[in-house]
Design a protein around this ligand. Structure first.
Ligand code: CAA
Length: 394
């Protein structure tokens, strides 16, 4: 495993940093406060290539590796997590899923528009009664010969109101349980789709999350991804990759809060010296820097494993579990270091603290990540190079 970054990867990181600082920072407080979807910012992200980073250039993507993607995700997440969640879902769940498992026709039809930002995608797995227990899908996709008839309700859908393309997980054959599940590419302007109200959330407030109701929606057979019954495995596989994106988002939140707290600790004096000269603050900064560096290593390792074609299921769960824990912990500390200033919107850290919470919930709660990690360890399927010394290819 080699963590030295290439010139290209560093250039991507710097471009994302400049974009976030110059284009996303301005207005982020107002967008968050008023729940304004970042339409112009997402359009710019599409133009700059941040929405289809890993997709092959043949389909309009950047042809980059996962390492470049996590570097960009971290920088954008330091500033605006409503933008970085759109970026994560579009890149790792929707585009990666279609490119890896879709047909040639599906790739040619959907990827160029999804990578350019003309279209945004959403991943529709969660339901009112199926969150962590993802096999319990109540949405049905009845096989009608040349098409499926889709019925059901999806909940908590990121990009719910803005996505033009939904990847919908639905049950076709209930007696086969999870082996009867399919994933369909559904175009948002299909007849029979109704959207719920935009959720009023604690964090990532300008991203649009809503429920989606499908009522006798006709979906052509050619829009199914993979063989009949492949849907649950598809969902699990893309979520493993998605968790690397959310881990890098959590890392960015923690790192962004740390950078703000460090800068403030130099500016602010108390009892005759900069507050970071007091051990109470200095030790907080030391803990933050150490945990962020550890999270960064887990995120990089997971990205590296994916790029190497290794089994990264447990690795991405470890990265997400740890990075989201420290994002929550250290955004609280960043607010504490800022004192009263940390409690007001102008100083940005309270927003990062609110944003951190969702990283412990979406794309699998922390408890689900522990299920994935422990099963991998117990079954002996987990490839952890540093602890097991083995590297098994898929
Ligand atoms: N790759 C391939 N196959 C996998 C897999 C993986 N990573 N993980 C599981 N599978 C397969 C298993 O091998 C098994 O297949 P067989 O029956 O053929 O052997 C099948 O899937 C069922 O697996 P399990 O028996 O492990 O299933 P389970 O019901 O015990 O639970 C779980 C699995 C890991 C808990 C899963 O349900 C899960 O990940 N739940 C969380 C769902 C989640 O992350 N939701 C987030 C919503 S999406 C979101 O938040 C996006 C957004 O908008 C931001």
């Amino acid at each position: 495993m080699n963590f030295s970054l290439t010139e290209e990867q560093l250039a991507v990181r710097d471009a994302a940093r400049d974009f976030a600082q110059q284009e996303l920072k301005q207005g982020v407080i107002e967008r968050d406060s008023k729940m304004i979807f970042p339409t112009d910012q997402i359009r710019q992200m599409g133009e700059l290539g941040f929405l289809g980073m890993m997709v092959s250039p043949e389909y309009g993507g950047g042809g980059m590796d996962t390492m470049s993607y996590v570097l960009a995700m971290e920088e954008i997440s330091k500033i605006d997590n409503s933008c970085s969640v759109v970026m994560s879902v579009n890149n790792s769940l929707v585009c990666w899923g279609i490119e890896k498992f879709g047909t040639e026709a599906q790739k040619a039809k959907y990827l160029p528009k999804l990578t350019s930002g003309e279209w945004i995608g959403s991943f529709c797995l969660s339901e009112p009664e199926a969150g962590s227990d993802a096999t319990m899908q109540r949405t049905t996709a009845e096989d009608k010969g040349d098409h499926y008839l889709l019925n059901g309700t999806k909940n908590w859908i990121t990009n719910g109101t803005t996505s033009a393309v939904h990847l919908v997980v639905a049950q076709t054959n209930p007696e086969l349980k999870h082996k009867g599940i399919n994933v369909l590419i559904v175009e948002a302007d299909s007849e029979g789709i109704n959207l719920g109200a935009k959720e009023d959330k604690l964090g990532i407030r300008s991203s649009d999350t809503c429920s989606i109701m499908y009522n006798n929606v006709k979906v052509p057979k050619e829009n199914r991804i993979g063989e009949d019954g492949f849907g649950f495995k598809f969902a699990m596989k893309v979520l493993s990759g998605g968790r690397i994106g959310i881990a890098s988002q959590a890392l960015g939140i923690a790192a962004g809060a740390y950078e703000l707290a460090l800068a403030y600790s130099h500016e602010r004096t108390a009892f005759g010296k900069e507050i970071n000269r007091h051990q109470a603050i200095a030790f907080k900064l030391a803990d933050m820097a150490t945990d962020i560096e550890a999270a960064r290593m887990l995120v990089y390792r997971s990205a590296w494993m994916k790029d190497q074609g290794l089994n990264f299921d447990a690795s991405s769960s470890m990265a997400k579990l740890y990075a989201s824990q420290i994002a929550m912990k250290h955004t609280v500390e960043a607010v504490q270091i800022h004192g009263g200033y940390g409690f007001v919107k102008e100083y940005h850290v309270e927003r990062l603290m609110r944003d951190a919470k969702i990283t412990q919930i979406y794309e699998g709660t922390s408890e689900i990540q522990k299920i994935v990690i422990s099963r991998g360890i117990i079954k002996g399927e987990t490839q952890i190079p540093l602890t097991a010394g083995t590297a098994v290819h898929h």
